[in-house]
Design a protein around this ligand. Structure first.
Ligand SMILES: [Zn+2]
Length: 99
């Protein structure tokens, strides 16, 4: 378990485990008209949510019975969430980000 350190920039709530953590340890998800996408450069306009880069949080986010996400102002469907998870896995499988 990692100790909580200060001075790591803004804190955000992970939509997988729902814990607050440094934004730098999370991926940004951007809400588009009818889908969710991975905002790798964190520059997409509009609403965004944050998710840790680990399989546990990604899986929790897909399978959680969610209410509306305040950060996105809507409730993404299971399909939208599953597609996002596939997108994240496709991008990250080749990197060392997944632990
Ligand atoms: Zn998390």
């Amino acid at each position: 378990m990692m100790m909580h350190k200060r001075n790591e920039g803004p804190q955000r709530t992970c939509v997988g485990c729902m814990r607050r953590d440094s934004q730098s340890r999370m991926l940004r998800i951007a809400a588009q008209a009818n889908s969710l996408t991975l905002d790798e450069d964190r520059r997409m306009p509009g609403r965004g949510a944050y998710l840790h880069h680990n399989n546990g949080c990604i899986t929790d986010f897909v399978h959680r019975r969610i209410r509306e996400l305040r950060s996105l102002r809507r409730k993404p469907s299971f399909d939208e969430r599953q597609k996002l998870a596939e997108l994240i896995h496709a991008r990250l499988d080749s990197s060392a980000a997944l632990k």
